[in-house]
Design a protein around this ligand. Structure first.
Ligand SMILES: [Fe+2]
Ligand SMILES: [Fe+2]
Length: 216
């Protein structure tokens, strides 16, 4: 029986979340089993500077996916309805695909994931739980705005990445499609629009994350 259909108690969900958190931080997420969109691209002839640049951007994207996992897990934990929990669960599986693809790409580039991931995971989980407690429509609004800001951020990475880094570019392009769909689903499910100062605060937090994770 899958997570989508079985009714879990609150305690069950805490245990599942601990498992998901450990999987997120130890690079063994449960994915949708979609193929990595870059797996058949074999044209990696990047110089060492290009590789380093790509790695710093993909490390940021990997940490973004760690944060996405924690946000979805936190929001699912405190969501009021089963329907919303299921929507969060489905989206979090797709975020796990992204987590897996970014982690794989970082390895190919000879680099590492951020050492700050446990810190960002914990902060994002607390934020997700809080958003869920405020109410489903605000939680969906937070989700929709997060996804919208992620798309803007990923699009900016496409302009910064080397034209020769076909693998990273392919992964990011698929992520943009998925994140936009997550945003649309949240809006269609009745998301409230967040006040501008919350949106600005979210942008500031993501700026702090990208500046610190780029190198560490
Ligand atoms: Fe994602
Ligand atoms: Fe997403």
């Amino acid at each position: 029986m899958t997570n989508d259909t079985r009714q879990y108690s609150f305690f069950d969900r805490i245990c599942i979340n601990i498992d998901q958190g450990l999987r997120t931080l130890h690079q063994c997420p449960i994915t949708t089993d979609r193929a990595n969109p870059a797996e058949n691209i074999n044209t990696d002839n990047l110089g060492s500077t290009e590789k380093g640049h790509s790695a710093s951007l993909m490390r940021i994207n990997h940490t973004g996916e760690v944060c996405a996992q924690a946000l979805y897990q936190g929001q699912a934990l405190t969501a009021r309805t089963q329907a919303l929990r299921e929507q969060m669960h489905h989206a979090s599986l797709e975020e796990n695909d992204h987590l897996d693809w970014c982690g794989t790409r970082l390895k190919e580039l000879g680099s590492h994931t951020s050492y700050l991931n446990p810190l960002w995971y914990t902060g994002s989980l607390a934020l997700g739980i809080t958003a869920g407690l405020i109410g489903d429509k605000w939680s969906l609004g937070f989700l929709a705005e997060t996804e919208n800001q992620v798309v803007t951020h990923l699009e900016s990475h496409l302009t910064k990445l080397s034209e020769n880094d076909h693998k990273s570019r392919t992964i990011i392009s698929q992520m943009i499609i998925d994140e936009r769909e997550h945003e649309t689903n949240a809006i269609n499910a009745g998301a409230n629009t967040l006040p501008p100062f919350i949106k600005a605060l979210m942008q500031l937090t993501s700026k702090i994350m990208t500046r610190t994770v780029r190198w560490i």
